[in-house]
Every structure is written in structure tokens, then in C-alpha cells.
Design a protein around this ligand. Structure first.
Ligand SMILES: Cc1cc2nc3c(=O)[nH]c(=O)nc-3n(C[C@H](O)[C@H](O)[C@H](O)COP(=O)(O)OP(=O)(O)OC[C@H]3O[C@@H](n4cnc5c(N)ncnc54)[C@H](O)[C@@H]3O)c2cc1C
Length: 300
């Protein structure tokens, strides 16, 4: 990007905005992979986020929104333009409804709900993303998904107009939503409808899921979670294991020995290593089983 210093200076006129130049994305993805973003902007509230986005738009700077980077593979060349991290983390509760900013982590949100004796979010506790990222992806685990709890979402559309989607308008499906199909400029926050529950039971449920994750998933290595979507009638990990691909390695990227559905960064993996490994897995699984594996991870 040619005038990144000038744009950074313009953004820095607003004290509520933090700006870095050439910020390595490896610091902001759970894979620990990714080259520099020309501009890395952090902002905490809707008013200043809209100001940032309108300034970037005015200067025709391409822009992507980052949550916790837990579902992303960012290229080694980095990101041309701006990465905006929306850090609004407020949570409010009214009866069995919870209203939260898109930047809040699912762990914090699920813990808050438990403390308020509200059930329905235990499934989300171990998913290492934000509410915003989880709404885009319709994140889910252990039989629960965002679809079950999110009733309303506020976002800025491409013209930076504040809009609301409710209920079925979210078009939630398996790891998808209206936001995946028609990316908004920014998701600001959501309202979740939960049910009354017993905090001790919710705590036990969360502990059970955490134990299952520790036992089955390679949490000791950086990754972006399940690499592939679940193909209809199959499990991606089982197919990959059946093809003898556990441990298959390209550079620093490896098919986890613990769970074949995860590609992990064994140390020093590049995005190119991961991409190459993903392509090899897809090719071999298709040849050996006839099943097409579709990536769940967003590749940038
Ligand atoms: C160890 C591990 C375990 C995991 N387990 C699960 C699991 O059980 N179930 C599951 O579904 N996923 C799982 N994941 C994947 C990941 O955590 C989820 O997809 C999560 O919802 C992504 O949220 P994020 O905030 O990290 O989004 P990011 O990865 O930062 O972004 C994902 C997408 O959402 C967009 N986005 C994020 N925030 C906003 C916003 N405010 N406005 C507009 N767009 C936005 C981004 O632009 C991007 O397109 C796992 C990942 C890891 C590393």
C-alpha cells in the first residue's frame, strides 16, 4: 500500500483508535501464521469503528475485520490494506436476554451467562473466537450452535448504515450465515436468548466439554480448529485417518497425530506449508474415498 503512513497519521488523529503499520498477522491468528498487514487498526466502540471504516472507504483502502483470528489462514505475503479489530466487549443482561458487543470472546460470554444462571451457551465456552466471528461462522459444538441462541444482530452494511437482522434473517446453516454470503462492513453485536438454568450444572457441562476437547484435540499446538467441514454422512477426521494421513507433514505443518481433522503448526509453519498440506489431503481423500473435503478455515 503506497500511502500507508499518511492513512495511519489520519487515523491517529482519533485518540480512541490504535494503529500499527506492517503488523505481523502471525501475532493475531491462532495458527501463529501470517505476514504483515499494511495497517492494523483496533477500535473499541461503534461510533469510532464507523469513523475508521468511513475514512478507509474514502481513501479506497481495502479492509477486513478480525475477531480472534481462530478460523483464519493468512498468507505469508500478509494483507494488503487494513485489518480492523473490533474490540467492543460490553455485555448486558435483561431477563433471559443477553446483549453483547461483537468483540467479546465466547469464553467470557459463556462464563457471564453461567454466572447469571442462564443456560444455552455452555457449548460455546471452548470455542476460541469472538461473538462476531461466531455469528459469521455459525460456530457450534457438542450439539449447540449460534443459531440456537442468537436472535438479533446489529451490523454496519457496505454503506456503513446501521442495520439489524432478526431470527431466520440470519440464514444460519452449517458453518455459514447471511454474513458469510453477504459480508457486512462490520458486525457490532448480538442479542442472545437463553433460558434459566442452574450455574453449577452449567459449570459442570462446560467442564465436561473442556475435558473432551483436551482429550481429543491437539490444543497443545497452534491451529485453526477443524480444517475441513463435516462432509455429509462422514467425519473429515475419520476419512483422513482411514487414508493413513495422520502425521503427514509439509514443512512445519502437520496432520495432527491426535486428531486427523486438525492441521497443526508444529513450529515455523508457513501459510504455504498449510495450503500445500490441505491440498494434498483433499487430493488423497478424494482419490481414496470419493469424498470432497471442503475447507472450514477461511484462507486469506
Ligand atoms: C482449537 C480450536 C478449536 C475450535 N473449535 C471450534 C468448534 O468447536 N466449533 C466451531 O464452530 N469452530 C471452532 N473453531 C474455529 C473458530 O474458533 C470459530 O470459527 C470462531 O467462531 C471464529 O471466531 P473469530 O472471532 O476467531 O473469527 P476470525 O477467525 O477472526 O474471523 C472469521 C470470519 O469472521 C469475520 N469476522 C469476525 N468478526 C467480525 C465482525 N465483528 N464483523 C464482521 N466480520 C467479522 C472475519 O472477517 C472472518 O471472515 C476452533 C478453532 C480453534 C483454534
Amino acid at each position: 500500500m503506497r500511502d500507508q503512513t499518511r492513512i495511519a497519521d489520519l487515523l491517529r488523529q482519533n485518540a480512541a483508535v490504535s494503529v500499527k503499520i506492517e503488523e505481523p498477522m502471525s501475532r493475531h491468528t491462532t495458527f501463529g501464521i501470517g505476514g504483515p498487514a499494511d495497517l492494523f487498526v483496533e477500535v473499541n466502540d461503534a461510533k469510532n469503528a464507523r469513523w475508521v471504516l468511513s475514512l478507509l472507504k474514502e481513501h479506497e483502502i481495502p479492509c477486513m475485520i478480525l475477531g480472534k483470528g481462530s478460523n483464519l489462514l493468512v498468507s505469508d505475503a500478509g494483507i494488503c490494506g487494513a485489518v480492523v479489530k473490533y474490540c467492543a466487549t460490553g455485555i448486558e443482561c435483561c431477563g433471559t436476554s443477553v446483549v453483547a458487543g461483537a468483540g467479546v470472546s465466547l469464553a467470557k460470554l459463556a462464563t457471564y451467562a453461567m454466572q447469571e444462571s442462564l443456560a444455552g451457551l455452555a457449548f460455546a465456552h471452548g470455542i476460541p473466537g469472538t461473538l462476531g466471528g461466531a455469528c459469521v461462522m455459525n460456530a457450534g459444538a457438542y450439539g449447540g450452535e449460534m443459531k440456537d441462541v442468537v436472535v438479533e444482530t446489529t451490523y454496519l452494511d457496505s454503506e456503513l448504515k446501521e442495520c439489524v437482522v432478526r431470527g431466520e434473517e440470519h440464514e444460519f446453516g452449517y458453518r455459514t450465515s447471511i454474513f458469510k454470503k453477504k459480508p457486512p462492513a462490520l458486525i457490532l453485536g448480538s442479542t442472545l436468548k437463553l433460558t434459566k438454568g442452574d450455574p453449577e450444572e452449567i459449570r459442570a457441562e462446560m467442564a465436561d466439554y473442556a475435558g473432551r476437547r483436551r482429550e481429543k484435540q491437539p490444543l497443545e499446538y497452534p491451529s485453526a480448529g477443524s480444517t475441513f467441514k463435516r462432509p455429509e454422512g462422514h467425519f473429515a477426521g475419520a476419512l483422513i485417518e482411514q487414508c493413513g494421513l495422520k502425521g503427514l507433514t509439509v514443512g512445519g505443518a502437520q496432520v495432527s497425530e491426535k486428531h486427523a481433522g486438525f492441521v497443526i503448526n508444529r513450529g515455523g509453519a508457513t501459510a504455504q506449508d498449510v495450503k500445500c498440506l490441505i491440498e494434498q489431503i483433499q487430493e488423497i481423500v478424494l482419490r481414496e474415498t470419493g469424498v470432497v473435503l471442503e475447507c472450514e478455515i477461511c484462507i486469506l
